[in-house]
Design a protein around this ligand. Structure first.
Ligand SMILES: [Fe+2]
Length: 131
């Protein structure tokens, strides 16, 4: 049996254009909302064309000591230049950058999974501690 986890690639976002940079405070106040920015291609831009683009980022949080992650959000990027004239003709493009907010009473780990339409699934993670 093949597991989906085996298909999720990982790398340093500073060296791999498919990996999400997760940016937020490393330590947050319990039960207070904090900002999380998630970007694909922050250091090395990923192509953004009709044929090749980032289509989605999903963000999850796994509280320390728990088994199941919680989904914080799923962010779709649907404009990649296509129009009735053909690929890369509309000049309208979405950009794979998300700002969201969340809170937690527990420390844990954020996971971002990005999806490239031709290069599959990529993950990154960031630990969150409590102040
Ligand atoms: Fe790609």
């Amino acid at each position: 049996l093949k597991r989906i986890g085996e298909l999720v690639q990982e790398a340093d976002w500073k060296q791999e254009k498919h990996v999400s940079a997760i940016e937020c405070a490393g330590a947050v106040k319990a039960d207070e909302f904090f900002q999380v920015n998630v970007t694909v291609g922050k250091e090395i831009a990923h192509p953004n064309t009709t044929e090749h683009h980032i289509s989605c980022i999903s963000l999850f949080f796994l509280p320390e000591g728990e088994k199941f992650p919680y989904k914080i959000g799923r962010y779709e990027f649907n404009a990649h230049g296509a129009s009735v004239q053909g690929p890369n003709t509309s000049s309208i493009y979405s950009h794979p950058l998300v700002t969201t907010w969340m809170k937690t009473s527990k420390p844990g780990t954020l996971f971002a999974v990005s999806i490239c339409n031709i290069h599959g699934l990529w993950q990154s993670s960031k630990e969150i501690k409590l102040e």
